[in-house]
Design a protein around this ligand. Sequence first.
Ligand code: UD1
Length: 437
Amino acid sequence: MSSKTDKDHYIINGGRALNGEVVIGGAKNAALAIIAASIMTDETVTIENIPDVRDTNVMMEALEGIGVRINRLDRHTIQVNGSQVENVNIDTENIRKIRASYYLVGALLGKYRHAEVPLPGGCDIGSRPIDQHVKGFRALGASVNIKGGVVRAHADRLSAAHIYMDVVTVGATINIMLSAVMAEGKTIIENAAKEPHVVDVANFLNSMGANIKGAGTDVIRIKGVERLHSCTYSVIPDQIEAGTFMYAAAITGGDITIRNIIPKHLESISAKLEEIGCSIEEYDDAVRVTASEKLQPTHIKTLPYPGYPTDMQPQAGVALALAGGVSTITESIFENRFKYVDELMRMGANIRVEGNTAIIDGVEGFTGAHLVVPDLRAGAALVLAALAAEGTTVIDNVRLIERGYEDFDRKIRNLGGDIVKTDDVRMEVKKSKFKVV
Ligand code: UD1
């Protein structure tokens, strides 16, 4: 339950097309790894384009808790100085809430040869093991044990290794890069993840003096350096925030220009939106999505980059639930990522989940309902559904959406969406004469 002061609900009056322009912030998942990596030098590092979202703030608070000095120059720019780290044992309730806490194992192990960090939390979208992270740390010569929910990693010295990843994992690829940048010798990661944020973290580390080659391909080569130094770095735009607004146009029948993006990172999303009948115009750092016709059905399978991203799966599910025919979505990355389906059915969608596939029979429209956000991306997708629905939708637990979207409600309002955030649903409904179904 939220407290009285936590604005933990959205009230959305649906049925309006979203039109206009939206500016995308820095990539949450890149920023989290970069903030963790920034403590690996004793010099001051400046990071720009940090999104002001719950997860990045939790990461910064956790670092401040172990003596890292963080100076917020403005809402999106920070200076980090990791020279005064007092201990390598991060044990705060907060840090358990975010998945990216595991990057502190790699960063602390890489710099101090020792780390104690609670096992990661994050969204409940599947079992989310960390065996590949552990395999990498051990290959570099660390002893790793997990007891009482805490990962302890220690090495007298770290030396290079040739590591073959058994699954393509973003988290483990980045974590092994962090622990290997100052190891002795040349580490090779095979079957590495190729996501844009893997490349961004490698670029950041290289700006600090690391020697990483091949990020963005499936073989990454890291030549260990003795020390890292200060730098100024700007985080890449958020592929998933951008993709979510692209779907906002598709789902509401709108016309949105999404600015401050890298179109290359959005290709798999653009391709699917074109397939379902949207028109896409690409510019150097913007993309315009127009949806003027009834959406068409299609088939989607989530895959590691450059395949269709799992973090864009729920948004696609909402769009296809309004398409004229039968679509399928196969989720191949996480096993529990269809939690939004039950909520969507309460709005009138017709979806059957069989194993890791959702079979979606498009309906004419949704009707407003009272919903609960199950996880971050599912929550954003439900907001898009509510914007397209007839009538009013109340969505609870929106703090989960704020883990990854900055000013989500304000950005939607700027596009003409009727959304308010409130701690008192009844009062808000009375004030605005909304009718909650
Ligand atoms: C990151 C993102 C998340 C995104 C996901 C896939 C962060 C904080 N989160 O999560 O938003 O959905 O990438 O793009 O950046 N796996 C193992 N063993 C491991 C690690 C992973 O088997 O040691 C499996 C996972 O269960 C999953 C797959 O590998 O099936 C991909 O996971 P991974 O890419 O590591 O995702 P996360 O880093 O957790």
